[in-house]
Design a protein. Structure first.
Length: 245
């Protein structure tokens, strides 16, 4: 049976009644038209905020002698995967500079950078045995935030298509008619996972549900983000094909 790292009582309740804070300002820019649709593409951005810290995630995840806790190595691996997923969302935001939406790559980068810091800090807390309930709910909330950004980017691409090519956008909106429901189901499940951690009656119970909860949250988020990015790519390809014509 795997040993569990220590989980201390939460110093403060983590609110799940609100959407991740970093997304709030990000969402406000959706729907505005860019002043220049064909400006040169700026340099590709990458999530470098934790470049000096991220290698530790991979080392701790794959070196069995680095720490005796199997859960710790697993958690560090999940945190590393979460950083990679956030980087893929940044890449998606850079796919097509002609999208008529005023969401800048810098805004996406800055927003996701907040979540990357949470992923790395959570792994550090896990390794240092300073994990609290708030640590875990923050990690789950950051996953939800990455998913929200991916959802917003798809919405921006669809709006860009509708503004530039209204007729062609009809079929694309029909194709994506299930996205709102999928996002709602995903978001509800993630909040349930957060509630499960926050309301765990004892430290032992929290320890028991910790890894299954994190793994389920990670799997659900990776699936949702992959879907949003695939749908966004499809929409951007339609925009690009019309630009070429």
């Amino acid at each position: 049976m795997m040993g569990c790292f220590h989980v201390s009582p939460s110093p403060a309740a983590f609110s799940v009644a609100q959407q991740p804070a970093a997304v709030a300002g990000f969402r406000q820019v959706v729907g505005r038209r860019a002043h220049c649709l064909h400006s040169p593409s700026p340099p590709r951005l990458s999530l470098r905020l934790t470049e000096t810290r991220r290698p530790r995630l991979a080392i701790r995840a794959h070196n069995p002698h680095y720490n005796s806790g199997e859960n710790t190595r697993c958690f560090c691996g999940l945190a590393d995967n979460a950083v990679t997923m956030a980087s893929h969302v940044v890449d998606s935001a850079s796919l097509n500079p002609t999208t008529p939406s005023e969401i800048s790559r810098e805004t996406v980068h800055r927003t996701l950078g907040v979540y990357v810091q949470i992923f790395v800090q959570t792994a550090d807390d896990t390794f240092n045995n300073t994990v609290s309930k708030e640590t875990i709910t923050s990690f789950l909330g950051a996953l939800r935030g990455v998913a929200s950004v991916a959802h917003i980017l798809l919405q921006a691409a669809l709006e860009g298509l509708s503004q530039e090519h209204p007729k062609e956008s009809l079929s694309e909106y029909a194709f994506n008619c299930d996205v709102k429901k999928i996002h709602r189901v995903y978001d509800r499940r993630m909040r349930e996972l957060e509630d499960g951690i926050r309301n765990a009656p004892t430290e032992i119970h929290t320890c028991k549900i910790l890894m299954p909860t994190i793994c389920e949250g990670m799997e659900a988020t990776e699936s949702f983000v992959a879907l949003m990015m695939a749908r966004r790519k499809r929409t951007l390809e339609k925009i690009q094909s019309k630009v070429v014509e």
